[in-house]
Design a binder for this molecule. Sequence first.
Ligand SMILES: [Fe+2]
Length: 222
Amino acid sequence: MSIRKPVSRRKLLGGVAASAGALMAAKTVSAACTITPYQVNGPFFPMAINDYDWDMTQVPGRRDRAEGQIVEITGRILNANCEPEKGALIDIWQANAAGRYLHPRDPNPAALDPNFEGYARLYTAEDGVYRLRTIIPGAYPVGPDWIRPPHIHFKVHPATAPSITTQMYFAGNELNEKDGLYMSVPEEARSLITIDFSNKTADGIPQGAFDLHVDVGPPLPI
Ligand SMILES: [Fe+2]
């Protein structure tokens, strides 16, 4: 399954120009291979990463699984020529089902989930594929008038290109279109960072596809 739709270079670059000052940008390097829009790191990048497990829904030594809807996300890391990036390191972090990050500076009073890992560090396989099991994160407040929609942070460190950071969103969530970060992405490119769950794994877990295309040029400031 692919979530990608063709985006014309003219429309995409026009959209980027129209959103000057936005915290992300996207560009097309060929008709078939569109670079994934960048998004900010945010303040909750893990303080320390010591977990290389693909399944964030279970903490080693604990019997119960994380609260929330368990899902799988799989995809490929591809370079600007649409070639797979093998051995690319991916840092992934997100809020728990209540909207709370496992981070000491998260001011959200929502409860931590002792059965949710909160982050993962993965490496892509020979064919550029990664696989993640997690839960759909909760929304969380940023200020009196802003609630971040459920999203997952991805930071990709390709072996042959600069790192990029983005955020992945869930199709159909009503908060998406009220979110300044999501809406800063040109409309034509939003499908590149939005997934749905039209597939299921063999054991019945909703499965979404999220490919990331990384540039070979210098990274944008984040
Ligand atoms: Fe976030």
